[in-house]
Design a binder for this molecule. Structure first.
Ligand SMILES: Nc1nc2c(ncn2[C@@H]2O[C@H](COP(=O)(O)OP(=O)(O)OP(=O)(O)O)[C@@H](O)[C@H]2O)c(=O)[nH]1
Ligand SMILES: [Mg+2]
Length: 318
């Protein structure tokens, strides 16, 4: 497919073109990545009003089920929805952990939806460094709502929270010790909380809610909205959607400047590391000091100092 055709089809909202563009964006091959960057530059000035939402929560809490139901609510209203899932593909096996779990069959069938199980691969220096590019491609293709499902692995959740407009934590009703299992640090980043599976024990939703309120009081100054719902039955989802809509009515798109800054930072560190390892001289230096650390002849702090000294980036003498 020629570059011109790819641009034309992408902008027309063609799903095959979007999938192809995302593959380029996720690729570790430099030629593909160059092509992906060319695409983003081509559409640099294209303005679209979109909503970027991130969803996080422990495994099995019902993120995919909830996102699919929410996606269906939106597509039924005539909105176009893209669903992405961060897939921290195992760097060891190179395989996907998600597999078919995020297929979202019902939503995938909708003309107005685009579902992509794997948005990022295990890039060195941050699993999500290509995600903002993938989000942007979906927006160029005309998707107004971008829903990202995070696979809860600490650092990538925090990174995701800085790449979306609204970051929601999904939790589960009925588990008294629920909060023990959640990394409390995440409460510093969430914009709202959804207590899911309230079809099982609606009363527990209130208890869980109280637990969250108490925990939030410690880490947050402004109140964080907490909703109860069931992604399975759809009960309570209208209220959540209404909250999303209200949120975006007054959303300051100036906040996205911070996201650009963050993308710059995360891209720079991942590209930097890739370039470093691709350069034969730097790579051998890197290996040399890694081996010294391994054998105990240098402390990690000494190895880093020596590395920079050899590069001529540091005047310090060890
Ligand atoms: N009772 C009940 N079960 C639910 C609800 N939402 C999801 N489930 C069930 O919980 C299980 C996990 O749901 P998923 O949507 O795959 O959960 P997830 O958080 O995406 O899981 P991972 O992606 O593996 O972390 C499935 O068996 C769902 O049918 C709900 O609201 N109520
Ligand atoms: Mg899932």
């Amino acid at each position: 497919m020629s570059f011109e055709k790819l641009c034309k089809d992408l902008e027309a909202g063609n799903r095959t073109a979007l999938a192809k563009a995302i593959t380029l964006m996720e690729s570790t091959r430099p030629a593909d990545w160059d092509e992906a960057k060319k695409l983003l530059k081509h559409f640099k000035d294209k303005e679209v009003v979109t909503r970027r939402l991130g969803f996080s929560g422990p495994p099995g809490v019902g993120k995919s089920t909830f996102i699919e139901k929410m996606g269906l609510l939106l597509t039924n209203k005539g909105q176009r929805v893209a669903v992405l899932a961060i897939d921290p593909s195992s760097e060891i096996s190179g395989g996907s952990i998600l597999g078919d779990k995020t297929r979202m069959e019902l939503l995938s069938r909708s003309e107005k939806a685009f579902v992509r199980p794997s948005a990022t691969r295990g890039h060195l220096g941050g699993v999500t460094s290509r995600l903002p590019g993938v989000i942007r491609l979906c927006e160029i293709a005309g998707y107004e709502w971008i829903l990202v499902e995070s696979v809860g692995v600490g650092q990538s959740e925090i990174e995701l929270s800085r790449m979306v407009d609204l970051f929601t934590l999904l939790s589960q009703a009925g588990a008294g010790d629920e909060l023990q299992g959640i990394k409390k640090g995440i409460l510093e980043y969430v914009d709202m909380i959804v207590v899911n599976k309230n079809d099982r024990d609606p009363q527990q939703v209130n208890i869980t809610r109280q637990q969250y309120l108490a925990a939030l009081k410690i880490v947050r100054q402004k109140p964080v909205e907490i909703f109860g719902c069931s992604g399975l039955t759809g009960q309570g989802l209208d209220d959540v959607l209404q909250h999303f809509e209200e949120f975006f009515k007054s959303f300051d798109y100036g906040n996205r400047k911070m996201m650009s800054e963050f993308w710059y930072q995360s891209l720079l560190s991942s590209e930097f590391r890739q370039k470093l390892l691709a350069d034969p001289q730097m790579s051998s230096l890197f290996q040399k000091y890694q081996s010294e650390v391994h054998h105990g002849s240098l402390m990690p702090i000494e190895a880093v100092e020596a590395f920079f000294r050899d590069l001529g980036w540091s005047k310090s003498k060890t």
